[in-house]
Design a protein around this ligand. Sequence first.
Ligand code: HDE
Length: 731
Amino acid sequence: MAKTKPSPKLGTEAAIDKKLAPQPENDKTTQLAAHTADASGEQMNTNTGLPVNNDQNSLKAGDRGPTLLEDFILREKITHFDHERIPERVVHARGSGAHGVFKVYKPLSEYTKAEFLNDTGLETPVFVRFSTVAGSRGSTDLARDVRGFAVRFYTRQGNFDLVGNNMPVFFIQDAVKFPDLIHAVKPEPDNEIPQAASAHDTFWDFISLMPESAHMIMWAMSDRAIPRSLRMMEGFGVHTFRLINAEGKASFVKFHWKPLLGVHSVAWDEAQNISGKDPDFHRRDLWDAIESGAFPEWELGLQIIPEEDEFKYDFDLLDPTKLVPEELVPVQRVGKLTLNRNPDNFFAETEQIAFHLGHIVPGIDFTDDPLLQGRLFSYTDTQLTRLGGPNFQEIPINRPIVPVYNNQRDGFMRQTINKGKTSYNPNSLGHNAPQQVKETAGGFVSYRERIEARKLRVRNKSFFDHFSQARLFFNSQSDSEKNHLIDALTFELGKVKTVAIRIRMLGILKQIDKGLAAQVAFGLGLHVPADDELPTNQSIPADGDPADYQSVQIDGSLAKSDALSMANTIKNTIKSRKVAILAADGVDANSLSTVKQALEAEGAVVEVIAPRQGLITAENNEQIEVDQSFLGAASVLFDAVYVAGGKNAAAALEAEANAVHFLNEAFKHCKAIAAYKDAVQVLEATYFRKKTAHDEGIIVGGDLKRLTSSFIHAIKQHRFWEREKPRLIPA
Ligand code: HDE
């Protein structure tokens, strides 16, 4: 039957759904395109291709009669629907993904033979998935949590997955403790409370008994756990990996991702507000940035440590609760990752991607980090349940860009139609194909690490210093970052009902920094426990000698590391920052449009907010379009706020409680605020105006040019955290 193809009409999805950003083409996108379906202008049919005449009514006996079992169209539709959901990831369930490319700056042949790290002409397709760890698939983006930062490189030597986090260390040292850690942080098993939060008894019960988690706790309670944007986070491979060059020489390596927009966070009070106003805040921010062509970028950083230096440091390179301070081994920036395309279909791509730490390519290899070793088992294993069988590698997003030939066959949902009689090796009937590949021709060979050992269930003594780097992290923070950490710990432990757990945690904090412990204790109305009240190390095996497992203190020479503080991050751009312009009828049109244009010229995203949506009439009768009313907008969804001029507009905004609240809240969250001429009147109505003296983040004046450039400079600073201390604003 010939198929007629009606042309898409104006106003249909096909006409509307035009992406703004250009659609890049590479080996992966071309491969994916072969698996995409676009129904625009097409006719409806069943899964077996039968054209559907009536999708509105089921088949009945008579016009008021019962539905017939015969209705195979109804059954097919409902059956498929009934099975649309798959199990969410047991951790990292909530995530957002994007496509992109990676390019290396210069050949790294001295360290690695990986082709994508040597060929500067190559643009390697990538897919990245960011995630939170503890919450369910539908949980808020702004939970206090570690963020997953998983990158897949579709290289010509196969997929390489760098499955990292936005923090460089982890809670535990051995994979065998992972199920315990996750059971403790997930909602409590009797009542499934709380969702996407670590502020509860079981989490802190476990942490207070696991001194090895002290360093990671400092990171998780810092502002790193509440990023402003996924585009403004660092990424870390966490474990020490190996790079291998063509001569077989190995170097240790730590992988880093450095965001070109800097590393920025929100305030905790703001994070909690955003969770209500827009739980998809990070997902939307990533999507919008890519759609508008403001492509997120990171540089790949490497810390390379010669094999000879394995025992040079006062921590063990195999211990995932330790980082290598950048002051000891500088991060070399070796290439750039650009995210330039949103997925076409969330489920098919972001949900079905199956990362695995064990997906490596020649030139990259593992170390004996006991956390890494356990992960090598977990990632493929978990997909068998999550994606329903062993053929998940055939799902388009998981396929490598090179064709796959091996003797694996059959299983649920097998897609490939393997030709020929042989599915074994060696064979003579199929000329021994597919054939093994010589190492010199790119065949993968594991690093020839020498191992001579006894089988022991132990942890090496070199793993027992739990507090030096936790202290290094705390000491490296700015004053406001330290205050945030103290507040976060006080908040979280304040939610813990069992007082003994709070006290045990104070015992841990005391070993990191006495001042820190004292301040948290003060907030909790407790005292810091004496040494004999400190917890014992629960990692001691039943028949172990506690003396062999005591935490040791190593006084590393490094007292402070600037790289650990976000206060030292880049502050040179307002690109993709969101700015609210508050206006009302009677606004001075020039003061609105001049600032708007200047901000947009710098790459900011500007929205006009007014008492109602539609159009407002300016002083000069110009009609100005409003993006959102105060009912729908909230200051927590913006980075900065400007009140445009105009006498009548100022009077209207001053009388609008939501406008005043908007400003109060923006002040509380330490954002840049500007007001032109008469608009200062609106500031006068705020809570903060009378109580603050000089504040670099508040710009007022009648010289529009100066005001605009000072405002832009202020937005670049991200936040004026020093405002927080007096806790002036109840917003
Ligand atoms: Fe994971 N982790 N993990 N993890 N992990 C998973 O794999 C696991 C760890 C990380 O966007 C799971 O496909 C064990 C460290 C990310 O799809 C699971 C251990 C780091 C993602 C799993 C760890 C990570 C996961 C769940 C301790 C940072 C999301 C679903 C030995 C370096 C990937 C899945 C995505 C996901 C196991 C520890 C990062 C169950 C056993 C350390 C970013 O396999």
